[in-house]
Design a protein around this ligand. Sequence first.
Ligand code: SIN
Length: 283
Amino acid sequence: MAYETIEVKPLAGALGAEVGGVKLTKVQDNRTWDEINRAFLDHKVLVFRDQGLSPDDIMAVGGRFGEPTYYPFVTGMEGYPYIFEVIKEPSETRNFGGGWHSDTTYLQKPPLATLLYAVETPNAGGDTVFANTTAAYDALSDGMKTLIAPLKGIYSAGLKRSGGRANIHRQVGAMKIQNAEQADTYEAIHPIARTHPGTGRKALYVSKGHTIRIEGMTEDESRPLIDYLADHSTRLEFTCRVRWEPGTLTVWDNRCTQHNAINDYHGQRRRMRRLTVGAQVPA
Ligand code: SIN
């Protein structure tokens, strides 16, 4: 169905769209929000340019997608506990969010959407890539779909395979990290292939960082399948790439995508504001 109140321009064959003709702070009518929500389900990653959003505006836009949720490992902005800043300084070499993942899968109710708003961006670099995990699921053989249908994964915040969250977070010095020593205590069990409540479509829900094993199996036994599904989920033909400028807002659907912040801009500053919304049990 065509859009009447917004312009929607796909970013790639697999997912992602730039939405034009809309200043989010000015949208009052439900018809436009209904179309934005339909575009969100259709394209999974929506990019809005030149938005000029204050933290209050980010909260208001986020509220159109769901109730705000807390991120456990970074302190929120003064007066805005749900929004935190993702910062990489020119002197730093490690970035936050590098590595394929869907957000906070180790929570019992991970957020359905993430809003990321660009405040300061490098001249070039610092893009974010996204993968369509519904397309990845669809591309599996019937045999693999049958094999994984009953499987649940154990999701941990510990980031053990990359040296541990506390160790990693110590290297993103400009950010207000909290609670990282407790990361191992954040664990949840979810289906490896989850069903999107808005579309009824299945999507793979597996990442090398967060999925530590399959329920009922050891870590060693689980790893080949986890690695296969994670690599398959992020094949190039399932991806799109978002280039940021100050004022760009991107909203992504954590139920059917993964993302990876590219760390290719050493020596330059990147500062973003991030809000997650819509706690939901994956089923
Ligand atoms: C994140 O994973 O939330 C950060 C993504 C980014 O900074 O591009």
